[in-house]
Design a protein around this ligand. Structure first.
Ligand code: GDP
Ligand code: GDP
Length: 455
């Protein structure tokens, strides 16, 4: 039935373009410190901690894939954005509003130990206008007395408050049951995933790395097949550019060409834009400016690209500005700060002069090939057999978990599932991941190794 659910998610438009209806999206909103992040971690934590070995860290992530009783959904944590200037209530409500517009339902988190505040009321006011189903989460109900106190939250007029202790994992089941009563099976607001047609590329990077210069260089020298392909539901506009003899669809080029620099929440909007471009693309080109030290924002965008599960190419731009001294530091940065993406192909370019722009397409193609790769089950298991024979899992308390069987569950990106007799050490799983790369390549694609324990 899991397979059936997957099948239902696909739609064929009879032109050979497949689209996958996306999982429903849930925005988690509320004042700072009410426990939004704790709740999100609680809901996704169990699955990620037990089953998946996702490379990288979770900091600064915006969307998370979650699952409840076999039904997938996406959780958007709005907890990372603190208000900066002027009117706390206004900023918090503004930020929540953006997330809400992109969601099918909302979890409004309140702190039951504090009760209703003016900020909570501001958010409720906004939610009434947004027309999305809202579930009230009375968080920090660590005791029965607090649960009783939480009934006060009925006064918001938003229906039943669900008492939860995100910290101790209490009440989450009932909450999620209630959530799924109001969630559609597929998202009615998120963009469907498109498969087939020209391959989709996103140019991402912090402001001023040279995205629009590169886009102009690529479009200017080559024939632009179709200009301005309107996006479906929201504003993004794509452009079709012929490179290396075939068309490529550059995603959300409107966002690159129209440089909007809002003062308040600029980072937040930039981050949403990047996230939405990544969602719609197959391969991401992360641009870095070699004339300046790697910035925190570069690292954050790179992490978003890795976490998106898309194929990846690193473009080191402004190579014409590189002097010997900077070159020395750049090499150190690549060794140290970019070691975790050593698997991504790197191209050195100058968007300004056009130098090496022809190196981009081969890198895109290589990454996409890896992203599409399927390793036949027989081949995978002979690899695993040899590996385990030569390097068995270390003994743990007299026991030795064994790998019974492995299979590639999906591609784009390649995802492997190992069936085992016990938990494998994280170190051992990293070892397997490393050997998978050494053996099969996977240049330019993230890979995942998950585990299923068979008792
Ligand atoms: P956010 O800013 O809304 O994302 O809030 P956080 O998830 O960062 O939580 C803020 C603080 O509240 C942290 O110190 C959490 O440990 C704490 N917290 C979160 N959930 C609970 C809970 O259910 N009970 C208690 N006692 N504390 C909690
Ligand atoms: P975006 O904000 O990422 O779209 O960046 P832009 O394409 O607008 O570039 C920002 C600035 O960097 C502009 O002044 C560009 O002329 C300059 N720039 C972009 N690429 C290069 C390059 O390869 N070499 C040099 N020297 N300057 C560049």
């Amino acid at each position: 039935d899991e397979d059936l659910a997957l099948l239902e998610a696909w739609e064929d438009d009879s032109l050979g373009v497949l689209t996958r209806k996306p999982a429903p999206v849930v925005a988690v909103v509320g004042r700072p410190n009410v426990g939004k992040s704790t709740l999100v971690n609680r809901v996704i934590g169990r699955r990620e901690a037990v089953v998946e070995d996702v490379p990288g860290v979770t900091r600064d992530r915006v969307s998370y894939s979650a699952e409840w009783l076999g039904r997938p959904f996406t959780m958007v944590d709005t907890g990372g954005w603190e208000s900066d200037a002027r009117g706390i209530d206004k900023t918090v409500a503004d930020q929540a509003e953006l997330a809400v517009q992109r969601a099918d339902a909302v979890l409004l988190v309140l702190d039951a130990t504090v009760g209703v505040t003016a900020s909570d009321e501001a958010i409720v006011k906004m939610l009434r206008g947004a027309g999305r189903p809202v579930i009230l989460v009375a968080n920090k109900c660590d005791s029965p007395a607090l649960e009783l106190q939480a009934t006060e939250l009925w006064s918001l007029g938003m229906g039943e408050p669900y008492p939860v202790s995100a910290l101790h994992g209490k009440g989450a089941g009932d909450l999620l049951d209630a959530l799924f009563e109001v969630l559609p099976q597929f998202s009615e607001v998120a963009e469907p995933e498109v498969v087939g047609g020209p391959r989709r590329v996103a140019l991402v990077g912090r402001p001023n790395v040279g995205k629009s210069s590169l886009l102009n260089k690529l479009a200017g020298s080559e024939r632009v097949v179709v200009n301005e392909l309107a996006g479906t539901t929201r504003d993004p506009v794509d452009e079709m550019i012929e490179l290396g003899g075939r068309p490529w669809r550059f995603v959300d080029t409107a966002g690159i060409r129209r440089r909007v620099h809002m003062q308040k929440g600029a980072d937040y909007y930039a981050s949403l834009r990047t996230q939405s471009a990544l969602e719609r693309t197959e391969v991401a080109v992360v641009l870095l400016d070699v004339s300046e030290p790697l910035a925190e924002q570069d690292v954050r965008i790179l992490q978003m690209a890795i976490d998106s599960g898309r194929a990846l190419v690193l473009a080191f731009n402004k190579w014409d500005l590189l002097d010997e001294e900077r070159r020395y530091y750049l090499d150190r940065e690549i060794e140290k700060d970019l070691a975790h993406v050593a698997w991504a192909p790197r191209v050195n370019i100058s968007a300004k002069t056009g130098w090496h722009k022809d190196k981009l397409v081969p890198a895109l193609e290589k990454s996409l090939d890896s992203w599409d790769t399927r390793i036949p089950t027989g081949r995978l298991n002979s690899f695993l057999g040899e590996l385990v024979a030569a390097h068995p899992h270390p003994l743990r308390g007299g026991k030795q978990p064994r790998i019974l069987f492995g299979t590639q569950a999906s591609s784009r990106p390649p995802k492997f599932v190992l069936f085992t007799t016990g938990f494998l050490d994280p170190g051992y799983r990293r070892f397997i991941t490393r050997r998978l790369r050494e053996t099969f390549g996977f240049e330019g694609t993230p890979i995942e190794v998950a585990m299923r324990v068979r008792e």
